[in-house]
Design a protein around this ligand. Structure first.
Ligand code: SAH
Length: 352
């Protein structure tokens, strides 16, 4: 039996939603920023009582739910400082979140859906199908819980400076909840994450891209490209048939970028499928002249997958060709692969 959630979650409210509630109930307007500070800056999960009048405390106590996704399991990599969390939601579904170390800080890789509808042939999450969208509170909750875990287990290291929507799900397929979560992360009264520290990765879901410039300006975009050829991309990313790459790219070209801002193009390298010199040249021709940054991701295997990772020579050669087009290219080394926390290895039905 799953618990029915009768109250609205406090963590579903962005600053203006909360402000409206405060005003409608005639509470002191400073309560909005006090609450945001308490929950998102200090990451407290208890009721905020500092400087807040009793009736306001009582109101929030009786009308809002302050619970967060429950920590089910934690896997810590022995290769590096990657941590993978499995969270249990109120309806018993599970999602994963990964903390990826860089220098003395972390990036957090958030999930946006339970499963995914995109069904990409190389992705473990896609094999699960889509169960449901996550709520804003379940997205924001992953961040707060991971931060709190760091504060307890690696005190002094609770510094999550980058947020990437590269976990389970297609974030643009759950646009409203992801947008609201971004608004909460960005709020100066709360976590105050810089807009360029947030990256949303998409398989090319055009309806979401069309809302980008108006609704989430300044947030970084990553496109999972994986092949410049239509046939191959159709095979790898089935929604390419509905929203073909040329259409997606021309839309991306229209998104205004800030100074020094790039669009990241992710390219999984799969042995004998998209790793030839011809593929590299075609990719270079497609992206040359754009404000592009390429992330080459050697395919990460998962149970039951037929694809293989190319050898390191092939990977290096692919990069060398892209260098001739003067496109900054990074080979992304897998982190946390010993705990199935690397890209495409997230599948909350089959964890360790
Ligand atoms: N749905 C979004 C975000 C989730 S996937 C998207 O498609 O972009 C995040 C990144 O991991 C994407 O670039 C995705 O293509 C990549 N990925 C998925 N499975 C992978 C695998 N098995 N090996 C390496 N990268 C993978």
């Amino acid at each position: 039996m799953h618990k029915l959630k009768l109250k609205h979650s406090f963590y579903d409210l962005n600053f203006s939603d909360l402000d409206l509630i405060i005003k409608q109930n005639n509470f002191n307007t400073s309560v909005t920023s006090l609450l945001f500070n308490w929950h998102y800056k200090k990451k407290n999960t208890t009721q905020c009582i500092d400087n807040i009048a009793k009736p306001a405390i009582k109101f929030f106590e009786s009308n809002f739910d302050f619970s967060l996704p429950e920590l089910d399991t934690v896997h810590q990599s022995t290769h590096d400082r990657t941590v993978k969390f499995l969270f249990k939601l109120t309806d018993q579904h599970k999602v994963e979140t990964v903390l990826i170390p860089f220098h003395n800080k972390y990036s957090i890789c958030l999930s946006s859906q339970v499963g995914c509808a995109m069904n990409c042939s190389f992705c473990f999450t896609g094999k699960q199908g889509l169960h449901r969208n996550l709520l804003t509170s379940e997205i924001v909750g992953q961040f707060i819980q991971a931060w709190r875990w760091l504060a307890t287990n690696r005190p002094g290291e609770e510094r999550i400076l980058n947020i990437v929507f590269m976990g389970q799900g297609e974030p643009l397929h759950n646009f409203d909840a992801v947008k609201k979560a971004c608004e909460i992360f960005l709020s100066k009264h709360g976590a105050s994450i810089g807009v360029q520290k947030i990256t949303i990765s998409t398989a090319g879901y055009l309806p979401g891209l069309k809302r980008w410039s108006e609704e989430i300006p300044g947030v970084n975009l990553a496109l999972s490209l994986h092949s410049p050829y239509e046939e191959k991309r159709n095979e790898l990313i089935p929604i390419n048939k509905k929203y073909p790459l040329p259409e997606v790219l021309s839309y991306i070209d229209k998104i205004p970028l800030q100074k020094k801002q790039f669009v990241t193009y992710e390219y999984i390298l799969i042995k004998d499928l998209n790793d030839s010199t011809d593929d590299a040249n075609k990719l270079g021709e497609l992206l040359v002249g754009k404000s592009a940054y390429i992330n080459l991701i050697p395919f990460n295997a998962f149970p039951g997958s037929d694809y293989k990772q190319p050898d390191s020579n092939t990977i290096e050669k692919f990069k060398t060709i892209l260098d001739t087009y003067k496109i900054p290219t990074l080979i992304r080394t897998a982190k946390g692969d010993d705990v199935l926390a690397a890209c495409g290895q997230l599948n909350s039905k089959q964890t360790l």
